[in-house]
Structures are given as C-alpha cells and as structure tokens.
Design a protein around this ligand. Structure first.
Ligand SMILES: *Cc1c(COP(=O)(O)O)cnc(C)c1O
Length: 359
C-alpha cells in the first residue's frame, strides 16, 4: 500500500486509522450488514448517531441550550438556510467580507432580506482581516455573519469578534475542530464536514435554542431547522456512511487528545510551513502575518513559470493536490487535522530541495 500526503482543501485527507477501521467493518458493521445497508431508523444506526452527537458535544463542550444538527446540502445550503431561519422577526443582517466564501454567503442572504456589508478586505485582495474598529455593524439586525477561515485566500481570524448586541453566525467549514472553541460566543455555527471532519455529505449546524422558530414563511420544510430538531436530523434519509465516518473521526480526535492537542499540533504545522515560505524570496505568502490561516496555506513561486514543474515534481514524491484555487493561482497546502506533522515536514524538505535546484 502506498499512501500519499494529500494537501487538498476538501474533500481532504482522512486519518489512516479511521479508514482502516471502516475497512474492517466494511462488510459486517452490524448483524452481517455494512453500515451502508442498514436502515437509518434501525436501533444500531440511531445509537451510532446519538453517540456521534455526544462525541461532538464533548469535544466542543457544546452547552445544553444549543442544538446540534447533521444536515445535507453542504455549507452552501447554509448560505440560504441561515437567512431563511433567522430573518423571520427582523429582516436585516450584516456580513463581513474576507474572501470568496463570505461573498457567496452574503449574496445568497440578500435574496431574503436587507443585507449590509459591514466590512470588507476586498480592496486588499482579501489578504487581511479588516480592523474591527472600522466595521459598520448596524444596531438593529438579526445577526452578524463572518467566515473565521477563508479556505481559498488562507485568511483566518485568531480571535472571535466582540459583538454583543446581536447573535454571531460563523461559517466554520474549514476550521471547526482544529482547536478549542468557545461556543457560547456564537448564535449559530455551521461547517461542511469534508474539510476537517469526515468525507463529503454532511454539514454540521450548532444553533442556540432561542434563535429557532423564527423562519421566514416561505422556508421549505427541508430547510427549516425546526424540522431537523424535531426529527433528530433524521427527517429524511441521511448520508449514512458519511455519518458513520464522522463518528469514527470524532473518536480518533478524542483518542488523540481532543481539541487542545489538535490546536497545538496545527499551530506547529502551520508555523513551520510559513517559516519555510518566508525563509528566502523564492516563495511568497501574500497574507498579513496576523491573519495567516493554520488550515489553508496559499503560496506563490516568485517565478511563476516554475509552477507546473513544482506540482509535477511534488506529485512524484507523493505530495498531492498542491495546486492553488483558480481564483488566486499559485499553490495551496491544506493542513487539516488528518495531515500528520511528517507530511508537512516532507513538503518543507521538498520545497527546500526545489529551491536549491531552481533558485
Ligand atoms: C468549502 C467551503 C464552503 C462550501 O462547502 P460545500 O460543502 O461545498 O457547500 C463554504 N464555506 C467555506 C468556508 C468552505 O471552506
């Protein structure tokens, strides 16, 4: 067997031991049936989903007055579900633009209400976080939305904005479970699982009780949080295999010291890679130092004509999917929880060697 290091932004690398566990149970998870062959309403499956929620609650210390939902449709569906569910009483919401994903979220919300962009780093090509002193957040709004980690631009918030007059809503698709998080600071958070939590197919939503029950009248049943709260996320057939894989991945996280340990490892991995990028002028990361993402590290070669060669040679030594997003070009290394420190060290060794030969 040859495993490579997969630096893709999502779907992304999964822990090998999780894949091996799934392989062992592939044909016989329960009573001689694969988990893919059992009813989502069977006791075995529902016990698994309850245990999965319990693991997530323990890892994130989710307070009792928050609901945890396992939904479909990706984070992209949440761009609609959030406004549909939260704008019923007050149709105004503010958004912070720090990259492509927050732009998309606000564009969708604008279909349902009065959306104001309270700050944007577009002028700076999304290479920084706008200073909170400059934000023009309105007083009377249903919520303020931001994107703590912009997956494409590699821009991350390292503190939670101190906004207290309205609920804070966060798209945590590429950062949830990468370190400890104070859920109490948020009204709602959501995350597609395929970045840092499992294979594609599920989206986590953690929502405070008092925000539920104010959906816009036209909200489809499948898009209403109330439906999924009542039915424990089993209103219709969920992606059962993905749910099982998420449960295994959460178990792996707990065995490896939980979010405190993950946070320390993730910080180490990122710091080492940024140090390598900054070492000489050969590579470059355009993001302001205080906003450099631990999860997604974009970098450019000063001589962009070497890019193709860089990618080809990297693949030859088992360093996969380093091509940057088409919107920003260059390279991008995504360093989610499942990327081992040895993978980052291999990348750094390759980058130094490449520079030595072509610099
Ligand atoms: C990947 C990503 C999305 C889109 O996720 P889908 O599951 O493809 O809908 C949204 N927001 C952020 C921050 C992402 O990284």
């Amino acid at each position: 067997m040859t495993r490579t290091y997969n630096f893709a932004a999502g779907p992304a690398m999964l822990p090998l031991s999780v894949l091996e566990h799934a392989q062992r149970e592939f044909f016989d998870w329960n009573n001689g049936m694969s988990v893919m062959e059992v009813s989502h309403r069977s006791k075995a499956f529902m016990d698994m989903t309850a245990a999965c929620e319990d693991k997530l609650r323990r890892l994130l210390q989710v307070p009792d007055n928050y609901q945890v939902l396992f939904l479909q449709g990706g984070a992209t569906s949440q761009f609609s579900m959030v406004p549909l569910n939260l704008l019923g009483k007050n149709k105004r919401a503010d958004y912070i633009h720090t990259g492509i994903w927050s732009e998309k979220a606000s564009a969708e919300a604008a279909r349902y209400g009065d959306v104001h962009i309270a700050a944007s780093s577009m002028q700076d090509k999304y290479t920084c976080i706008p200073d909170i002193e400059t934000w023009t957040v309105r007083n009377d709004i249903a919520y303020l939305h931001y994107t703590p980690n912009e997956t494409v631009h590699g821009v991350e918030f390292f503190s939670i904005p101190t906004i207290t007059h309205c609920p804070l809503v966060a798209d945590m698709s590429s950062t949830l479970l990468s370190r400890p998080l104070d859920i109490n600071r948020f009204g709602l958070i959501y995350a597609g699982v395929q970045k840092n939590i499992g294979p594609a197919g599920l989206t986590l939503v953690i929502v405070r009780d008092d925000l539920v029950g104010y959906a816009l009248q036209q909200t489809p049943l499948m898009f209403n949080y109330t439906t999924h709260i009542k039915e424990k996320s089993l209103y219709n057939t969920p992606p059962t295999f993905t749910w099982y894989m998420v449960d295994l991945t959460l178990g792996w996280l707990m065995q490896h010291g939980g979010l405190t340990a993950m946070g320390q490892i993730n910080e180490r991995k990122a710091k080492r890679l940024y140090a390598c990028i900054d070492e000489t002028g050969f590579y470059e990361n355009p993001v302001q130092k205080n906003a450099r993402s631990w999860m997604n590290v974009p970098f450019l070669l000063k001589d962009s004509s070497l890019e193709e060669r860089f990618l080809q040679e990297a693949e030859r030594v088992g360093l996969m999917n380093l091509k940057g997003h088409r919107a920003v070009g260059g390279m991008r290394a995504s360093l989610y929880n499942a990327m081992p420190e040895a993978g980052v060290d291999s990348l750094i060794a390759f980058m130094r060697d490449f520079e030595h030969r072509y610099g």
